[in-house]
Design a protein around this ligand. Structure first.
Ligand SMILES: C[S@@+](CC[C@H](N)C(=O)[O-])C[C@H]1O[C@@H](n2cnc3c(N)ncnc32)[C@H](O)[C@@H]1O
Length: 328
C-alpha cells in the first residue's frame, strides 16, 4: 500500500512545485501532519490522489488560501468531502491534448470517425473545431477550422519534423466511452470540469470553458462503461465509410495492468487506427520502442500511432518533440 505522507510529499515536490503554489502548500501541509494523513487514509486507496481530494474540496467551497485555513476547513467539512471524493473520479478533460493528437490523425485518410476511450466530457473529440499555433525553430504555423478562428486556441511548442497539417481533418462522427461520462449540458458537470483545473490555472480554465461551449453546440455520443467491455459495441455504431480512429489520452494508466493488456489486445484486433498519448511506461510495446530514443526535452508522454512512437509530448499537449525518421 502506498504511504500517504510520501505520496503527498512527492506530489508537492514533483507535480505541484511549478504549477500551483496552493496545491504545493496543501500537499506539504498534509504530508507533515499525521492527523491529516490519518484523515486521508480513511479514503479507499484509489481515492487518495491529492489532486482529487483538493478538487473535491474546492468544489465544496474550500478557498484557495494557505494550508492552516485549508486544514481547518477540511476538518470541519470532512463529512462532506469524504463521500464527495468517494463518488468522483479524476476526470480532468484537457482539450489541449488535441494539439498533440492532431498531427497524428491528420495523416490518416478521411473522413474520420473518432472514438475516445476515457473521454470524460469528450472535449478531445473536437480536434477539427479548435485553432492551433505550433511554435518552433522554423517559426509559427497556425491552423484554423475551415469557417475561421475558433474560440479555443491551442498553443504547442514543437521541435523536430512535426507534420503540422495545412488544414484540419474532416470528422464525421465522435463517440466516447467513460466509466462516468460528464455531460456538458449539466451545470454541475461543467463546474466539476472547471474545478479540475488547478487553482492558479486560469488560462486553462478559460480554455476548458470555451471547449465546453463548442461541445454544447454539437454534443458527442458518450456511453457509460468500461474501456474494454464497451469498446466493440460502440465501435460497431461508427459509420463504416469513415476511418475509425481509436484515441486514448491520459487514460490507460488508470486501468490495472492486466486490464490494460486486455484493452491493448482488443485495440489491436479492432478495425481501427489507434492514436495514443500516454505516459512513457503505460503501453509496454510503445515503451519498448521508445527506449531506443533519447530526447533532450522529453515531455513525459508519448504520442504513438498503432503503438509506433511518433513523438514525445507534454502531458497537456503543450509540446511535441517529434522523432526523426528511424535510420533503418
Ligand atoms: C484523466 S481523464 C482523461 C480524459 C481525456 N482522455 C483527456 O485526455 O482529456 C481519464 C478518464 O478516464 C476515465 N476512465 C478511467 N478508467 C476507465 C475505464 N476503465 N474505462 C473507461 N473510462 C475510464 C475516467 O473516468 C476519466 O474521465
Amino acid at each position: 500500500m502506498r504511504d500517504t505522507a510520501d505520496w503527498y510529499r512527492g506530489f508537492a515536490e514533483v507535480d505541484a512545485r511549478h504549477r500551483s503554489a496552493i496545491y504545493e502548500a496543501w500537499a506539504f501541509g498534509i504530508a507533515d501532519d499525521p492527523a491529516m494523513v490519518a484523515l486521508i487514509d480513511e479514503l479507499p486507496e484509489t481515492r487518495r490522489q491529492p489532486s482529487l481530494v483538493f478538487a473535491v474540496s474546492r468544489l465544496l467551497g474550500a478557498e484557495p488560501v494557505g494550508f492552516d485555513a485549508f486544514r481547518s476547513w477540511l476538518v470541519e467539512n470532512w463529512s462532506r468531502v469524504r463521500p464527495g471524493v468517494e463518488a468522483r473520479l479524476n476526470q480532468t478533460n484537457e482539450p489541449g491534448r488535441s494539439a498533440a493528437i492532431l498531427p497524428a490523425i491528420a495523416q490518416l485518410p478521411g473522413p474520420l470517425a473518432l472514438l475516445e476511450v476515457g473521454a470524460s466530457a469528450g472535449l478531445c473529440l473536437y480536434p477539427d473545431r479548435y485553432s492551433y499555433r505550433y511554435t518552433g525553430g522554423d517559426g509559427v504555423a497556425t491552423v484554423d477550422p475551415s469557417d475561421g478562428e475558433s474560440a479555443v486556441l491551442l498553443e504547442c511548442a514543437i521541435t523536430g519534423p512535426v507534420p503540422v497539417p495545412g488544414r484540419l481533418p474532416d470528422v464525421v462522427w465522435r463517440g466516447g466511452i467513460d466509466l462516468a461520462p460528464l455531460d456538458v449540458a449539466k451545470p454541475e458537470d461543467r463546474e466539476w470540469l472547471e474545478t479540475l483545473a488547478w487553482p492558479e490555472e486560469d488560462a486553462r480554465r478559460d480554455r476548458i470553458r470555451s471547449a465546453i461551449g463548442i461541445a454544447r453546440n454539437d454534443p458527442p455520443l458518450l456511453v457509460a462503461g468500461d474501456a474494454t467491455d464497451a469498446l466493440l459495441e460502440l465501435a460497431g455504431t461508427a459509420p463504416s465509410d469513415a476511418t475509425l480512429v481509436l484515441i486514448t489520452s491520459g487514460v490507460l494508466v488508470y486501468l490495472p495492468y492486466l486490464e490494460r493488456l486486455r484493452f491493448i489486445d482488443l485495440a489491436r484486433r479492432l478495425d481501427a487506427r489507434w492514436v495514443s498519448l500516454e505516459g512513457v511506461a503505460v503501453i509496454p510495446s510503445v515503451q519498448q520502442r521508445v527506449q531506443a530514443r533519447l530526447h533532450p526535452t522529453s515531455g513525459g508522454f508519448v504520442l504513438a500511432l498503432d503503438e509506433h512512437p511518433l513523438s514525445f509530448g507534454g502531458p497537456h499537449g503543450q509540446s511535441l518533440d517529434w522523432f526523426e525518421p528511424a535510420a533503418d
